[in-house]
Design a protein around this ligand. Structure first.
Ligand code: NAD
Ligand code: GLY
Length: 360
């Protein structure tokens, strides 16, 4: 089993990577000195596949286990589901000697993490991410939370897990579009933070599409190491951490305009990254060759690269609705060549859209 550490002083934690390592969760929780009762939060889809293995491993290591099932879907990442988790924790008598295990994708990780951050003013939690997106992004870095009817992730807390266990074997059961959507986040790290990772993706695209385990461990470990290094420098997103939003500004607009139904998150981000690359080229942070390479990689990973057709006014409105927008301007993340980034404020949204070639 490989591991890296997210170095945050006394809140540092390990991330373990391997194939078929779910059964280690009990021993790893024990080695972290976690309390007596584990509350495993999962949904029916993931639970049917992996809950028994996780509960057996925890019980085998001497923990009492309570299971908390929440409905599957982004639409359930809300206050009602959170209340259901609290109810179950309270009814099961969970005290400060307990901890939460989030078993699932980003939805389970975000809501279970927020439950842990807030229950009894905070109990420890462990991330066992089972989607590629969760393994390379959402399980690391401590962003937890729920959606509000007025917007995504409007309620939450920075609250770091005590350990993350990444078992790449769980990706075998993931639906194809979910898997490919996760590859977009890996490409993001390559484009703005690691030329080497970018080249690795170019060289191993076919093996990655075949979910080759060695390649997967390589890219997930590299992605987590990159994310850890950013989080270590800027845990609460005062500045640098915003680089992780590369492609997301326009990607979110694409998701909003298409009602969150046409594109998976990573697919919308892929479109956003191609448009961000065009803007970077316009600003002379990168050249046409970089834009072609970025577009070529995303295409070879079977990600969409063409924005859906909406008017410029609709795109503008969707962009300005993003919660990271301040005073009608956008803090936009550009790529500097490949493997570098530039964060700059963009006030002229119509020009941005024109450069992207979107809208009328
Ligand atoms: P998700 O959690 O909805 O999972 C996608 C689907 O795959 C679900 O139906 C789930 O049940 C299923 N699934 C999960 N693991 C599976 C497996 N191994 N086999 C078969 N099916 C499986 O979606 P996601 O893409 O993992 O996460 C999206 C969420 O993550 C969003 O709510 C987003 O806001 C959040 N997010 C958070 C951060 C962060 O830093 N906290 C970062 C990025 C995204
Ligand atoms: N997913 C972006 C972040 O964690 O900051």
């Amino acid at each position: 089993m490989k591991s890296i550490t997210v170095g945050l002083g006394e809140r540092s934690y390990p991330i373990y990577f391997g194939t078929g390592i779910l059964a280690e969760i009990g021993n790893l929780c024990r080695s972290q000195g976690l309390g007596t009762t584990a509350a495993v939060v999962t949904n029916p889809t993931v639970g049917a596949l992996y809950l028994a293995r996780v509960t057996q491993a925890l019980a085998g290591a001497g923990f009492s286990v309570v299971t908390v099932e929440i409905p599957d879907g982004e639409e359930f990442k809300n206050i009602e589901t959170l209340k259901g988790i609290y109810d179950r924790l309270i009814d099961s008598g969970l005290d400060r000697g307990s901890f939460i295990v989030a078993l699932g994708g980003g939805v389970v990780g975000d809501i279970a993490g927020y439950a842990a951050a807030s229950y009894l003013r905070g109990i420890p939690f462990v991330q066992v991410p089972t989607t590629l997106l969760a393994q390379v992004d959402s399980s690391v870095g401590g962003k937890t939370g729920i959606n509000h009817e007025k917007g995504k992730n409007l309620i939450g807390a920075f609250y770091q897990p005590r350990l993350v266990l990444v078992d790449v074997a769980t990706l075998d059961t993931l639906q194809e579009r979910e898997y490919i959507s996760g590859l977009a986040e890996v490409a993001k790290y390559g484009i703005v933070l690691s030329k080497e990772l970018f080249q690795f993706l170019v060289d191993h695209a076919q093996r990655l599409l075949a979910r080759d385990k060695d390649c997967l461990i390589e890219i997930i470990e590299r992605s987590c190491a990159i994310k850890a290094s950013i989080v270590e420098k800027d845990e609460r997103e005062a500045g640098l951490r915003a680089v992780l939003n590369y492609g997301h500004t326009i990607g979110h607009a694409v998701e909003t305009l298409t009602g969150y139904t046409q594109f998976k998150h990573g697919e919308a981000v892929a479109i956003g990254m191609v448009l961000a690359a065009k803007c970077s080229q316009y600003m002379a942070y990168a050249d046409g060759d970089d834009t072609e390479k970025i577009t070529g990689l995303l295409r070879s990973l079977r990600l969409p690269v063409e924005p859906p057709r909406f008017s410029a006014a609709a795109y503008r409105e969707a962009l300005l609705r993003d919660k990271k927008v301040r005073d009608s301007g956008i803090n936009f993340v550009f790529n500097r060549g490949i493997g570098g980034y530039q964060i700059a404020r963009v006030e002229d949204i119509p020009l941005l859209l024109k450069i992207c070639g979107i809208g009328d």
